[in-house]
Write a protein that binds this ligand. Sequence first.
Ligand code: GMT
Length: 367
Amino acid sequence: MRIGITCYPTYGGSGIVATELGLELAARGYDVHFITYANPIRLDTGAENIHYHEVEVSSYPLFQYPPYCLALASRMAEVADAYELDLLHVHYAIPHSISALLAQQMLAPRRRLPFITTLHGTDITLVGVDPSYFPITKFSMERSDGITTISDYMRGRTREVFGISNPIRVIRNFVNCRLYKPPAAPCTGEPKLLHVSNFRPVKRVLDCVRILARVRRDIPVHLLMAGDGPERVPAERLARELGMSSHVTFLGKQDHVERLFPQARILLMPSELEAFGLAALEAMACGVIPVATNCGGVPELIHPGVDGFLEPVGDVESHSARILEVLRDEEKYSAMSQAARRKAETRFDTTKVIPEYEAYYEEILRG
Ligand code: GMT
């Protein structure tokens, strides 16, 4: 099967899922064509059946906003034609879904080119509901040949907010448990807390610094902050104000987070909303206990008190209390860490989830 994949190639959960999916499919013998504006991170294998087609958006003085959506549609149609793609799979609805629809229509006189839209989170919960994007997002979903979401929560929100009646398949995010694994030897030194995100306001990055300050009143810990985005400077400022600067390291964007997770004891995910919470799953695969918020699709991943914690959004005290609880009780830590790894392996490993995508592709191709 020949598949065209489009995503945001920069740092972010949807791009990571799309790239890892492409790599896994290629490893299973599919011909995978990434059609994106930059080479997706983590796409560094050099495998023969992985192709990358850059979308170039030329500018012109008349264009205050260069029409990326149109350049993408043209490139999709061109690549689909030249490489005889069987289907397009776009990640994050806006604007990828509408570009796929245009590409499909361009090819329609000659042949069928179905496309699947995978909804990841803010494309529905934040950006898609903005009045300027709502009608086109709804339209593109209604015209998709298949829709998948990454959690039951996302399926419910999509139906509720957009009122679409198309079937929506839930295919959860996944992790490669051979790559993401616990450290060979136990971590030494000050226990490390880790936060991984795009530092957008929805991630509540400042809460991580507040949690660090609270936990350090009882136990010496160090905070690693991986990623970058609009909340980084405010977080650095808050760390200075709270006297925490020497206890936090801002690592910036990281290409190989699988090397980072095993250094940590706890993952902090204090988000306002998460449609799934991929970083929590990656942490669990490495035996790192996630202390997350009880929001969106996260309860579908974390069983509180068993393989992680779910606390109220913004409740720094309760997040800190949970961290102290497990860092003070090695037996409890170890039991939860093993349970986290076990869940990642038994429910969310690539070997379990990728076949769901393969079966879905077959269904869509059969029409
Ligand atoms: O978290 C973000 O803002 C980035 C966004 C993305 O599309 O890159 O992440 C969403 O997709 C991830 C992968 O499916 C999910 O694990 C995240 O929970 C989801 N983020 C939100 O819903 C805020």
